[in-house]
Design a protein around this ligand. Structure first.
Ligand code: PEP
Length: 249
């Protein structure tokens, strides 16, 4: 059975003291048994998050990593550095990494491969831009991202893969995909996994939706049969909003 997951991507928000405040607020909340919850603070606050959340049901993820193990890669962070502080989940392929920092499908694929080879769990983000949806090529664009990003993986690696469909036009815009649009794409993604691998594998992969999920729309999105949770940006920065989303299944 696939897991229900809600992950908060804090992006480049919250300095150390703000991080501590938000983590302490989250720590006091009750996490439903059926939902895996994680938060992804910025690199410099990851260790604090791991320490503060120790003994809770809330996991900690990184927002990025580099695919090389060590060396002359100024400004980058390796898998072993993350694992060394107790972080074994990483968000890869986020649209902001793609559009602002120039990460291509090929670079992201290398990161995904390196992460799963090192037993890290990957939250693989992908999704079409507004122009793709307007031109009707959204399924094609998403299939291409899946083909290069994760469909090169061998089947066993999928135990460490979570997918996050995030239509770029819905990220941070306040415009969310309708529950029907989310379901249509999630159904397409699950079918593509079944065609590339097996029905069984497809049934077991958690596919999260991301893009302006808020307490007032989470329930109808999470109610869709192929939506297994959310990757949350803005609303993850407020403990009450985030927990309302965690409890929206
Ligand atoms: C995100 O950045 O992954 C995201 C979904 O952001 P928001 O919820 O703010 O749209």
């Amino acid at each position: 059975m696939r897991k229900k997951i809600v992950a908060g991507n804090w992006k480049m928000n919250n300095d150390l003291s703000e991080t501590e405040i938000l983590l302490r607020e989250l720590k006091n909340k009750i996490i439903p048994d059926a939902v895996s919850v994680m938060v992804a603070p910025t690199f410099v606050n990851l260790q604090t998050a791991v320490q503060l959340l120790e003994g809770t049901e809330i996991g900690v993820a990184a927002q990025n990593m580099y695919f090389e193990e060590k060396g002359a890669f100024t400004g980058e962070v390796s898998m072993s550095m993350l694992k060394g502080i107790g972080v074994d989940t990483v968000i890869l392929g986020h649209s902001e990494r793609r559009s602002i920092f120039g990460e291509t499908n090929t670079i992201i694929a290398k990161k995904v491969q390196a992460a799963v080879n090192n037993e890290m769990t990957v939250i693989f983000c992908f999704g079409e831009e507004l122009k793709d949806r307007q031109s009707g090529s959204h399924f094609e664009v998403v299939k291409e991202q899946l083909d290069t990003g994760v469909f090169t993986l061998f089947e066993p690696a999928w135990k460490n893969v979570i997918l996050a469909y995030e239509p770029v036009w819905a990220i941070g815009t306040g415009v969310t995909a309708s529950p029907e649009q989310a379901q249509e794409m999630h159904g397409f993604i699950r079918k593509a996994i079944a065609e590339r691998y097996t029905n069984e594998l497809a049934e077991n992969v958690s596919i999260l939706y991301g893009g302006s999920v808020k307490p007032n729309n989470a329930k109808e999105i999470f109610n869709q049969p192929d939506v297994d949770g959310g990757l949350i940006g803005g609303a993850a920065l407020n403990a009450d909003d985030f927990m309302a989303i965690v409890n929206a299944f």
